[in-house]
Structure formats: structure tokens, C-alpha cells
Design a binder for this molecule. Structure first.
Ligand SMILES: NC(=O)c1ccc[n+]([C@@H]2O[C@H](COP(=O)([O-])OP(=O)(O)OC[C@H]3O[C@@H](n4cnc5c(N)ncnc54)[C@H](OP(=O)(O)O)[C@@H]3O)[C@@H](O)[C@H]2O)c1
Length: 231
């Protein structure tokens, strides 16, 4: 059966890979982001900037089977140099955007087996220097997931994917030289970085009925970084 999925941040990176996969499978997809980029014309698109102080989310008259919130940031800085406003800015994008989206579209998520997917990062499970901005926001996303999963069960499932470095426009600054790429590869027990398609495949699985017995889970797609220690 064809379903309707709402993907916030579906115009680039992991979100774009997910949108194309869902559309190819015949599903109806609605995307929210600042730019439409080169999304195919059958994809509905609404312009929203989740970093702005105020934004309006579109009113949809149809049911939504699944919602994914992709917008996020990776800003690395020494703790001492980070201003409070920077934490608030990251929180606004990574956490408050997801909360506002879920709150707004919850009335549309009235079909059986509805599913929400949020994005965290390996740095919540594995502490790394200079990652306090992303760590603080993504830690909140993981807490939000568990609380919402409890509150919305059994009607709506909520899960999170926590990737490590994944080859997308967001990660370009960490992978834009052979030296940087190699250093990132070496940090992973599986000796490579992630790619957008494999993370999108997991998001599609979490949206689908194949994951119907999963909720409140943090799926760590990190090449072994959070679970393996080479001795
Ligand atoms: N890539 C990695 O290495 C990595 C690692 C760990 C976790 N993650 C997480 O995975 C998620 C997806 O990352 P990605 O690498 O696919 O990022 P990406 O390539 O930068 O794509 C992000 C998407 O979110 C949208 N977006 C960004 N800021 C927005 C804003 N202010 N308002 C509305 N839409 C906005 C972008 O569209 P517009 O620019 O058109 O608005 C784009 O569609 C993020 O939450 C990220 O934190 C990524």
C-alpha cells in the first residue's frame, strides 16, 4: 500500500537519499527544507527554516504514515570558546525543530503503525573532545525519543538513528582532503565512513511495518565506533 511520508530536511544528504528511495517505492513524500534543490517534481516541497525564530509549518489535509526530522549540525569547538547562544542555536535546529514538527503534524499521524524517526550522533554514546555542541543537542534528541515513545505508544513508534561520520554535504569539511578522509576511516573499526544510502535504508526500515515491534530504540550506525575497542 502506498503511504505518505513527511521528511524534514529531505533536500540533501541522508534525507535526500531517503526521499528518493521512498518515492521510487511509490510512496507520496512531502519535504520541508530551506531549498528544494533538484528534488523531482512529484515530491511536494514547502520552504521552512528551522533556525529562524518563527516559522510556519504547512497545514496538510491528508494522513501521514511517518515523519523524519533530518536537519542537524556538526560544529566542533573547544568548550571554553563556545557562547551560550551557540548552544541555543544548535538546540533550536536539532531539537526544537523536531519538537515543533512532531507537535504540528501529530494530528495527521492517525493511521495504524505510524512511525517517527529522529537523528542523533555517535558522540552521545562515545564522548569526543570539541563535540559538546552536537553532543548536548543530540543527547536531548535521544531523551526526547524515549519520552515520546512512552507517551505515544502503542499508536505511534519513535526511534533514533545515531550515525558516525557519513559522506554528505554536512560532513564535507571533515572529508575534503585525502588526509582528513583517511584519518576518519582509521577511527572506525570497520575502516570506512558511512554513506547516505545505508543510513537512509535504516530510516526507511524504521518507517516501515518491518520494524513494527521497535520503539524507543537508538540504532547506532557508526562502523563499530561506539561498541568496539581494539586492544
Ligand atoms: N553526515 C554526518 O556525518 C552525520 C553524522 C552524525 C549525525 N548526522 C545527523 O544526520 C542528520 C542528516 O545529516 P546530513 O549529513 O544528511 O546533513 P545535510 O546533507 O546537511 O542535509 C541536511 C538536511 O536538512 C536541511 N536543513 C538544514 N538546516 C535547515 C534549516 N535551518 N531549516 C530547514 N531545513 C534545514 C537541509 O536542507 P536545506 O539546506 O535546503 O535547508 C538538508 O535537506 C543531521 O541531523 C545530522 O546531525 C550526520
Amino acid at each position: 500500500m502506498n503511504k505518505h511520508y513527511l521528511i524534514a530536511g529531505g533536500s540533501s544528504g541522508i534525507g535526500r537519499a531517503l526521499v528518493l528511495k521512498l518515492a521510487e517505492a511509490g510512496h507520496h513524500v512531502t519535504v520541508l527544507s530551506r531549498n528544494r534543490n533538484d528534488l523531482p517534481e512529484e515530491i511536494a516541497h514547502f520552504t521552512v527554516d528551522f533556525e529562524s525564530e518563527q516559522y510556519e509549518l504547512p497545514v496538510l489535509n491528508s494522513s501521514i504514515n511517518g515523519l523524519v526530522y533530518m536537519p542537524g549540525s556538526i560544529q566542533l569547538k573547544p568548550f571554553k570558546s563556545i557562547k551560550s547562544e551557540e548552544y541555543l542555536k544548535d538546540f533550536r535546529l536539532n531539537v526544537l525543530g523536531a519538537i515543533n514538527c512532531i507537535r504540528h503534524f501529530l494530528p495527521n499521524m492517525n493511521s495504524e503503525g505510524a512511525s517517527i524517526v529522529l537523528m542523533s550522533s555517535v558522540v552521545v554514546e562515545t564522548g569526543m573532545p570539541y563535540h559538546s555542541l552536537v553532543g548536548a543537542s543530540k543527547g536531548a534528541v535521544e531523551g526526547l525519543c524515549r519520552s515520546l515513545a512512552a507517551e505515544l505508544a502503542p499508536r505511534i513508534r519513535v526511534n533514533v538513528i545515531a550515525p558516525s561520520l557519513t559522506d554528505t554535504p554536512l560532513a564535507e569539511k571533515f572529508l575534503n582532503s585525502e588526509e582528513k578522509r583517511q584519518a576518519s576511516i582509521e577511527r572506525h573499526p570497520l575502516k570506512r565512513v558511512g554513506n547516505a544510502h545505508e543510513i537512509a535504508d535504516m530510516a526507511a526500515f524504521l518507517l516501515s511495518d518491518s520494524s513494527a515491534f521497535m520503539t524507543a530504540q537508538i540504532v547506532r550506525m557508526d562502523g563499530g565506533m561506539s561498541g568496539v575497542r581494539k586492544i
